[in-house]
Design a protein. Structure first.
Length: 282
């Protein structure tokens, strides 16, 4: 059993609650949608799932129906009593915590294979996904529901309009794709934007060998390049990448940031670091 629009309305009214704009709360209120999301998450009996932002528990119920072991992390303390009531008897573990400040290791342990499923508000979607990829290696897959523009940036490929620094970071750690669209009509309150589901599968190893270039140096160069994305790389990266490094990496300095896949960024960052090291020794 999951929550209908009437159920969501009744729960809010009976607890004297209103969706928080500050927290970006839009509750999914359609059983078909949450069951579809659970199917797309590809989880089943005893799979370990961490759900971020369960809200009133509609998607949580659908995930529990699959037989998965679900841990639901909710930041809004006002929703915790509601969640505990809705999820009573399902075996779901409810945790009151802010996912942006969470001690993930204490919650999830050290064994890989966790799947994160989340309905993420605009203000935390990008930083949370990036943080999980950077710092929570036990999360092997994600299925996140985000605003369409955010989802397109997360899954964008080189040459696409949405391709940016976050797209490169996602590509470094994982493979991402748009798994589906979610109409505004299934939310309470109804948002003014479209939503998409983004599937993110962590690579067995990063796309660029960390021994070749440290992630911090790589991402710093990527941010610099996209910070002036209208410029050719030779202009956007002036002072950071000497001309010889472009030639050594096999990359034309007349390209723009959005044209480089993550592997090319890795070669360029490594060549720049090597040129800097040689200059320091000269």
């Amino acid at each position: 059993m999951t929550l209908t629009a009437r159920d969501v309305g009744d729960l809010l009214a009976s607890h004297g609650l209103h969706p928080s704009r500050a927290l970006g709360q839009n509750f999914v209120a359609d059983p078909n949608t949450v069951r579809r999301i659970a199917r797309l998450a590809e989880v089943g009996h005893h799979d370990r799932v961490v759900e971020v932002g369960p809200g009133l528990g509609s998607l949580t119920l659908a995930l529990a129906e699959t037989g998965a072991d679900v841990t639901a992390v909710e930041a809004d303390r006002n929703l915790i009593p509601v969640l505990n009531g809705v999820l009573e008897g399902t075996g779901v573990k409810v945790v009151h915590a802010d996912a942006m400040r969470l001690d993930w290791r204490a919650l999830l342990g050290d064994e890989a294979g966790w799947v994160m499923v989340a309905n993420l508000p605009y203000n935390i979607a990008t930083p949370l996904v990036a943080n999980v990829l950077d710092s929570v290696p036990v999360v092997s897959r994600m299925l996140v529901m985000v605003q369409r523009e955010v989802g397109e940036r997360l899954a964008a490929k080189p040459g696409e309009k949405a391709y940016g620094a976050i797209s490169v970071k996602i590509s470094y750690w994982a493979r991402a794709s748009i798994a589906g669209r979610v109409p505004a009509s299934v939310f309470i309150p109804r948002p003014k934007v479209e939503s998409v589901l983004v599937s993110i599968a962590r690579r067995q190893s990063p796309a660029v060998d960390p021994a070749l270039v440290e992630p911090q140096a790589l991402f710093g160069l990527v941010r610099a390049g996209f910070g002036q994305r209208r410029k050719m790389l030779r202009g956007a990266l002036a002072g950071l990448v000497p001309p010889a490094a472009f030639e050594f990496a096999g990359i034309s300095p007349e390209l723009r940031a959005e044209q480089l896949p993550v592997e090319a960024w890795g070669r360029l960052a490594a060549a720049a670091a090597d040129a800097s090291a040689r200059g320091a020794l000269a």
